[in-house]
Write a protein that binds this ligand. Structure first.
Ligand code: SF4
Length: 136
């Protein structure tokens, strides 16, 4: 085991499924502060983008994730539209066309979205950001 792994494994930290992590959520931080932070990002530095799909078609018994069971397609399709609006809204607050070096889909189960909705989300990303050739 590496020293870095030993260091992080020995710490008692919150489950890292959101940023900021839940203990740091506060009513003092609202949309104004968030927009300000986004606008202040250095335009020359690349960003990482995380796309969350909080739906699964079946429930795993060990699940501790922030997800909803979706037996019907309608809520998932509606979420896909909201996700695209969110991508546009987020990009509207950032410096113009930032570079993305890491793009991560998570959930939930991202493939709960139908292929067309996955493609539309990627189109929204490409319309607003430059995904670098060596991006993960
Ligand atoms: S979020 Fe992951 S662990 Fe939870 S039900 Fe969906 S696939 Fe299973």
């Amino acid at each position: 085991m590496t020293d870095a792994l030993k260091t992080y494994m020995s710490r008692n930290v919150p489950r890292y499924t959101s940023y900021p992590t839940a203990p740091h959520f506060s009513k003092a931080i609202g949309s104004k502060e968030y927009a300000h932070w986004l606008a202040a990002l250095p335009p020359e530095k690349p960003v990482s983008l995380y796309l969350h799909v909080p739906y699964c078609r079946e429930l795993c018994w060990y699940c501790g994730c922030n997800m909803k069971l979706a037996k019907k397609d309608a809520p998932v399709a509606q979420y896909a539209q909201t996700l695209n609006r969110e991508i546009d809204l987020l990009a509207g607050h950032l410096p113009d066309r930032m570079a993305i070096t890491h793009l991560h889909w998570g959930g939930g189960t991202p493939t709960a979205l139908v292929p067309d909705d996955l493609e539309r989300a990627m189109q929204a990303v490409r319309a607003n950001f430059n995904i670098t050739a060596d991006a993960d």
